[in-house]
Write a protein that binds this ligand. Structure first.
Ligand SMILES: Nc1ncnc2c1ncn2[C@@H]1O[C@H](COP(=O)(O)OP(=O)(O)OP(=O)(O)O)[C@@H](O)[C@H]1O
Length: 639
């Protein structure tokens, strides 16, 4: 099936994104939808709280699968950093060498140690610079590739998930996943990890060197690590909570932004600006508060770690000075040890930066992993079946609903059990009050949803057994809101059949009656529909939608006729186009116009999810039932 237009905006300002907390267990809450209303909105669920269930270990598995293809680069980057740190950590040793060897040698007139010192210092500086460059290059490439892969996965997965998911998750959350959450991971990969590796390696090198210089000083440095480790742990716990809350608050701001702007027309029409401002301000200030909490945690950590580090440094230096005075330690060793201790403690602040980046990325990764763990409810068959070859003497295909029942995940039963067969090549109009279940019936035929019970078949083959591609070729749904994608008018028509050439596109547009208005556009078929001058009217958009469907040439067409009325010439143009597009296939039309119903072969009247009348239009009028009443009302409104 080709969804030529998005059926229902997933996240308009008044869309329903709430649902029952028990949806994963198949449990449903809420009253039956027969009264045309949604279930109560008092059950905030995982979607609302922006916390999709993430299977245990999913974040780690996701990170592993992202990094696996770059194992070589990650190893090379780590090796470069190890060597770079070895070179960078040499300078305090050189200070000790200068004080204890070079100065006495110079006093005695020897220059040898000075030459050694200068040579080693230059070599170390060059090596540290070169290795740093190699590390940044390698890690940046790996990081960028990982992010490219992750964004691609989020996009592909989001497209594969069903309509029911999108109606609840909303595009704002998806945008948040693909932007701020991916960005958090970028910060970790490009900055945080470097910080961590640098800090850990520096600590290892420095401790080893301190031990080498003097076992007592080394032991003292090791002991001072205990309170610092406790401090890091408690910071990690607190910042984890702060970051999860912050990332949810960030997503909420983006969701509100996207929802409001997606529904900008009703917002302006109903003067919702003030109310929206207030709602947005509340979310925005919550975001600021939670962001502030995360920064405060960081500040507490920095102050705490500096206090502990300074106290430890002062104690060790005092003890060292005492040993120098009593002759137990060389002055140069104490000077080098002091420099090393500073190097050991200074990066502790940067450890906080890493932990921040890590917590932020962990929270984001968990959300992304939760999204990627969602399975499409409308799954591809493992062993797809082909449709039987189309009979040459018979247009379209036969559609049948066998013992079908259906209820949305977020509500009660919408369509009680029913059977229905649509003969191949016939046009069937569906009419009924709003909320009667017409769109739901159409959505089942387009396989936006699978029935809760029963089967929908096309020439005897269950829709669930057809591959996505086969189903898309066979069943096309054209919805009311004729959606145009960015690109030219020709691109938008060609969506129905990407292999069509310009001649075919023009032939189709002529058959629909859209050719004249298209050539009158500034650049004809090549007019960009999103640019100035390329904006199409509602009727024109519908004609493009019909051209798309005609070009796709499906065996079964589902058409949700627009309820908004057009001007008389526009109405006639759409009516003519509809005639062209319905011919020669099986068609299910959700009809809002008398002329459409009158030209149908059969009419289904729906009420509370049931088909209450079924027959040829003339026969139903003669029966004097609901359709007859509707028909009378239409006639009066037209005359
Ligand atoms: N995505 C959804 N989730 C939960 N319930 C839904 C959803 N879409 C529709 N419903 C409910 O299903 C019932 C039938 O809706 P449906 O859209 O099929 O009616 P309709 O006859 O097409 O109405 P209209 O003419 O107004 O489009 C209604 O009670 C509606 O509230």
């Amino acid at each position: 099936m080709t969804t030529t237009e998005t059926d229902r905006p997933a996240d308009g300002p008044d869309s329903d994104t709430t649902g029952d907390a028990g949806h994963r267990t198949g449990h449903r809450t809420g009253r039956p939808a027969a009264d045309g209303r949604r279930p109560p909105d008092d059950a905030p669920d995982a979607f609302e709280a922006d916390l999709l269930p993430t299977p245990k270990g999913a974040s780690r598995a996701l990170l592993g699968s992202l990094l696996a293809p770059h194992r070589g680069r990650v190893a090379a980057a780590t090796a470069a950093l190890l060597l770079q740190q070895a070179a960078a950590q040499a300078s305090p040793l050189l200070v000790a060498y200068a004080l204890d060897r070079v100065v006495p040698a110079l006093r005695a007139g020897g220059r040898g140690p000075l030459v050694v010192l200068v040579t080693v210092a230059v070599l170390c500086a060059v090596a540290a610079g070169g290795l740093q460059w190699a590390f940044v290059r390698l890690s940046a490439r790996a990081g960028q590739d990982v992010l490219l892969d992750l964004r691609g996965r989020i996009f592909r997965h989001s497209q594969a998930l069903g309509l029911d998911f999108h109606e609840r998750y909303t595009s704002g959350r998806l945008i948040s996943r693909a932007t701020t959450d991916v960005e958090a991971l970028r910060e970790l990969l490009e900055e945080g990890l470097q910080e961590l590796v640098t800090v850990v390696l520096a600590a290892l090198y420095v401790t080893a060197l301190l031990f080498w210089l003097d076992v007592g000083l080394g032991t003292a440095a090791l002991l001072s690590a205990v309170p610092l480790a406790l401090l890091v742990r408690s910071f990690q716990h607190r910042s984890q909570r702060a970051y999860l809350a912050k990332s949810t608050a960030t997503a909420a701001v983006i969701v509100r932004f996207a929802e409001t702007l997606n529904g900008i027309r009703p917002v302006l029409a109903f003067r919702r600006e003030r109310a929206n401002d207030a709602a947005f301000a509340a979310l925005n200030s919550r975001h600021r508060r939670l962001n502030g909490d995360a920064i405060l945690e960081m500040a507490r950590y920095v102050v705490g770690s500096r206090a502990v580090a300074n106290a430890a440094l002062a104690a060790i230096v005092l003890w060292g000075a005492y040993r120098v005075v009593t002759g137990g330690l060389a002055l140069g060793v104490l000077a080098a040890a002091t420099l090393y201790l500073r190097r050991l403690y200074d990066p502790l602040d940067r450890m906080g930066v890493f932990l921040n980046a890590y917590e932020s990325a962990a929270a984001s990764l968990e959300k992304i992993a939760g999204l990627l763990a969602q399975r499409p409810t409308v799954a591809e068959p493992t062993a797809p079946r082909a449709l039987p070859p189309a009979a040459p003497d018979r247009p379209g295909r036969e559609v049948a609903f066998h013992g079908v029942r259906f209820g949305y995940r977020t509500g009660g039963e919408v369509l009680p059990r029913f059977d229905l067969a649509l003969a191949a090549g016939t046009t069937v109009a569906v009419v009924g009050a709003t909320g009667a279940g017409k769109s739901t019936l159409a959505r089942l035929l387009a396989r936006f949803h699978d029935p809760t019970e029963g089967r929908v078949t096309l020439d005897g083959v269950d829709l669930r057994e057809l591959s996505g591609a086969e189903l898309r070729r066979a069943v096309v749904m054209v919805t009311q809101e004729a959606f145009l994608f960015s690109g030219t008018v020709a691109d938008n028509i060609a969506l129905g059949n990407p292999d069509a050439d310009r001649a075919q596109i023009e032939r189709t547009a002529r058959a629909i009656g859209a050719h004249d208005f298209i050539v009158a556009l500034p650049e004809g078929y090549d007019t960009d529909v999103r640019r100035r001058g390329g904006r199409l009217s509602a009727g024109q958009r519908q004609l493009v939608g019909f051209a798309r469907a005609l070009l796709a040439d499906p065996a079964v067409l589902i058409l949700d006729e627009a309820t908004s009325s057009l001007d008389i010439p526009g109405e006639r143009a759409v009516q003519r186009a509809m005639g062209a597009v319905l011919r020669g296939r099986t068609a299910l039309v959700i009809a809002h116009r008398l002329s459409t119903v009158e030209s149908a072969d059969r009419v289904l009247v729906m009420s509370d999810g049931r088909i209450v009348e079924d027959g040829a239009p003339a026969a139903l009028i003669a029966d004097g039932g609901r359709y007859a009443a509707l028909h009378r009302a239409w006639r009066t409104s037209v005359s």
